[in-house]
Design a binder for this molecule. Structure first.
Ligand SMILES: [Zn+2]
Ligand SMILES: [Zn+2]
Length: 306
């Protein structure tokens, strides 16, 4: 929880102040790594290997983040508090962070991804930055898809470190609740807190800078209507025992705009991570997709057709 730097401001806000925005936890990547490993252990298909690899990648992200101090760029320069990711401007630190990340994960990655890591590590600075810019703007080619995982991971380190330096007052509430107020990326899912001051409140999660922001549960975060919301979930009786860690994943669908996004009730699974758990509950996407709903919010580590 953010401790306001100014006690007078805290009093003004009241004791039961609901923060609009929550900064990423200092150990967000380490927590995610543990979660990926848990989910990998519970997965009995080949998909287990990818979840395990992402567990190693998240641990490497935490290790690399700890080695750098990222200077906060000027804030509020455009529509978002931090530089808007989709504008494609590559941070000056990106190249060295990518190199560090590839070196860190390279020692543990399986043989079949070594070639990919080596090719990426061999890219000259200009080529790596051009690739990162394409990843940010969503214009990378299908051949580049496997590389985007590592590039996204490096970019996440930087944007997350920036977000972690912001004070709560720097991120005022905005009407828009689908996209991250800090970096403009669409939410990958949301969590409903189980305990503490925030119990029962829903926060959207940014897959890029790991910010969270408050959004009313009764309203569709995509189209703002409140009439057609429904919760969909896998029929647990019909599912195999291995889905136990996934019990918290539900799809919140809207009949007005026909979109859905996943929601995790932390009372059911306190360690649910909107990015990791999303990748371990793809059966839910199939179920909801068959019902004619379109997924809202991309997961940077979900390689379609991969
Ligand atoms: Zn963000
Ligand atoms: Zn809607």
């Amino acid at each position: 929880m953010n401790t306001p730097a100014n006690p007078a401001a805290a009093i003004e806000k009241g004791l039961f102040h609901t923060p609009f925005w929550l900064a990423p936890a200092a150990d967000v990547f380490a927590q995610r790594s543990v979660r990926f490993q848990e989910l990998a252990a519970a997965e009995n298909s080949q998909w287990r290997d990818y979840l395990a690899l992402l567990g190693k990648l998240a641990a490497a992200q935490q290790a690399v983040a700890a080695k750098h101090v990222f200077a906060l760029p000027p804030t509020h320069q455009g529509h978002t508090v931090l530089p808007q990711a989709a504008l494609g401007e590559v941070p000056a630190d990106f190249y060295v962070v990518l190199a560090g990340l590839l070196a860190e994960v390279g020692t543990q990655a399986p043989q079949n991804v070594q070639a990919e890591l080596n090719a990426l590590a061999a890219l000259p600075r200009a080529a790596a930055e051009a690739l990162a810019s394409r990843v940010l703007t969503g214009s990378s080619t299908p051949e580049e898809q496997a590389a985007t995982v590592w590039v996204q991971a490096a970019l996440q380190i930087i944007w997350t470190a920036w977000a972690a330096q912001l004070l709560e007052d720097a991120v005022p509430p905005v009407q828009e609740r689908t996209h991250c107020p800090c970096c403009g990326t669409e939410a990958v899912g949301s969590v409903v807190f189980a305990s503490g001051d925030l119990a029962g409140l829903r926060y959207m999660h940014c897959p890029h800078c790991n910010s969270r922001w408050n959004a009313l549960r009764a309203k569709c975060p995509t189209c703002d209507s409140s009439g057609g919301m429904a919760i969909q979930e896998i029929d647990i009786d019909a599912a195999v025992a291995q889905v136990a860690p996934l019990l918290a994943a539900k799809a919140e669908s809207c009949d007005v705009c026909r979109s859905y996004r996943k929601l995790y009730r932390l009372e059911k699974q306190q360690y649910a991570d909107p990015l990791a758990d999303d990748l371990a509950s793809l059966g839910l996407d199939i179920l909801v997709g068959e019902g004619g709903y379109q997924r809202a919010g991309a997961n940077p580590f979900l390689l379609l057709g991969g």
